[in-house]
Design a protein around this ligand. Structure first.
Ligand SMILES: CC(=O)N[C@H]1[C@H]([C@H](O)[C@H](O)CO)O[C@](OP(=O)(O)OC[C@H]2O[C@@H](n3ccc(N)nc3=O)[C@H](O)[C@@H]2O)(C(=O)O)C[C@@H]1O
Ligand SMILES: CO[C@@H]1[C@H](O)[C@@H](O)[C@H](O[C@H]2[C@H](O)[C@@H](NC(C)=O)[C@H](OCc3ccccc3)O[C@@H]2CO)O[C@@H]1CO
Length: 356
């Protein structure tokens, strides 16, 4: 009698376990953390041109000729015509851009250029990286792309410490490259509006001396003088003492808006012209994946995916307690982006190191 009960109990437990596994798979992320064991050691074989081949199903025949970073020669000698204004093109911003490109560089480091096959990982800022222990695996990629003000200091075990490129814009430039980046990290400006070019110009050029000095905040990051501050939706770091000033601007790059166009058009099917005040646009992470598919032969991602509707209180970042509510007016459609990422995962164009 007792042993019959025991068997019944065991059978019930097994049933509950099967239901949980099934649920975790069908609901994507609710319990998957319990069953998720990343394989860290094996280096995946890298096939030249593989990422581009696979993603051509989604992107169609898009041009590999497009440079990753904007170059002075395309705006100085020849005025490269662009069909769109920022953030999808440079139409109308050519003169301003000319000044910015004169004080920045466009080269891809030799260490990346010479690789026959480029293994890249795009590290999203998602909470899924917490306790992932992926740091060591992330550091092994040839190219590690990070986003905005995502920290590495104190999170090395989960997110690694190597940063080949960091994509940022004025409102997200609240990071200290001396602490969070490596000496050879490329700081890649993603321009969403003309004011973003004015901002980088003011930070890097001599003009800064003519501006009213501002006292540094305790973090060492000051704020822009009032007239320019008004152009941004939140306080942005200023020239006065910004850590981006650590160099002459040579390790700052300007991302080709072409990748924003591809992400918006091919992945999200957004209209290029939008009349609304808050325009829909890809997140910086989706943009970075699009860039990686162009630059790399193998593309892995980690830390992507927002909590679902039932988990409104869950933190969205691995480094701070902030919920999805903060994105209410952000102009991003995270459900559409999740579908786009799923499509890329399905066709094998990218592989996910965390769960999705
Ligand atoms: C309040 C707000 O505007 N937040 C935006 C923030 C904010 O401006 C910066 O963090 C600087 O403070 O920036 C964004 O994004 P954010 O900086 O949060 O994250 C970078 C990218 O990681 C991916 N991500 C993030 C969290 C999560 N749970 N799942 C994810 O997949 C996304 O692809 C995301 O792009 C941005 O630039 O896209 C988009 C966010 O909407
Ligand atoms: C990658 O996008 C970044 C961030 O995730 C977005 O939330 C943010 O969107 C803001 C957008 O940049 C602002 N646009 C301009 C031109 O400043 C928009 O401003 C709306 C507005 C305009 C005029 C007067 C009042 C409000 O606000 C968006 C949401 O905050 O863009 C980031 C990249 O810049």
């Amino acid at each position: 009698m007792i042993s019959k009960c025991r068997w019944k109990l065991l059978a019930m437990l097994a049933f509950v376990l099967v239901v949980m596994v099934w649920y975790s798979i069908s609901r994507e992320d609710r319990y998957i953390e319990l069953f998720y064991f990343p394989i860290l050691e094996k280096k995946e074989p890298c096939l030249q041109g593989e990422a581009e081949r696979k993603v051509s199903k989604l992107f169609g025949n898009y041009s590999q000729e497009q440079p990753i970073f904007l170059q002075l020669k395309d705006y100085f000698w020849v005025k490269t015509p662009s069909a769109y204004e920022l953030p999808y093109g440079t139409k109308g911003s050519e003169d301003l851009l000319l000044r910015v490109l004169a004080i920045t560089s466009y080269s891809i480091p030799e260490s990346i250029q010479r690789l026959k096959c480029r293994r890249c990982v795009v590290v999203g800022n998602g909470h899924r990286l917490r306790n992932s222990l992926l740091g060591e695996a992330i550091n092994k990629y040839d190219v590690v792309i990070r986003l905005n003000n995502a920290p590495v200091a104190g999170y090395e075990g989960d997110v690694g410490s190597k940063t080949t490129m960091r994509l940022f814009y004025p409102e997200s430039a609240h990071f200290n490259p001396k602490v969070e980046d490596n000496p050879d990290t490329l700081l890649v400006l993603v321009a969403f509006k003309a004011m973003d070019f004015h901002w980088i110009e003011s930070i890097l050029s001599d003009k800064k001396r003519a501006w009213p000095p501002v006292s540094p905040a305790p973090s060492g990051v000051g704020l822009l003088p009032a007239p320019l501050t008004l152009h941004f939706r939140e306080p942005v770091p200023s020239h006065g003492c910004h850590p981006l000033l650590r160099t002459t601007g040579l390790d700052i790059r300007i991302l080709n808006p072409f990748f924003m166009e591809i992400a918006a058009d091919k992945l999200l099917r957004l209209p290029m012209q939008q009349p609304h005040k808050i325009k829909q646009k890809p997140t910086t992470g989706l943009l970075a994946i699009t860039l990686a598919l162009h630059l790399c032969d193998l593309v892995h991602i980690a830390g992507f995916g927002y909590p679902d509707a039932q988990n409104k209180k869950e933190s969205i970042h691995y480094y701070e307690q902030i919920t999805i509510k903060s994105m209410a007016w952000s102009g991003h459609n995270v459900s559409q982006e999740a579908l786009a990422i799923k499509r890329m995962l399905e066709i094998g164009a990218v592989k996910n190191l965390t769960y999705f």
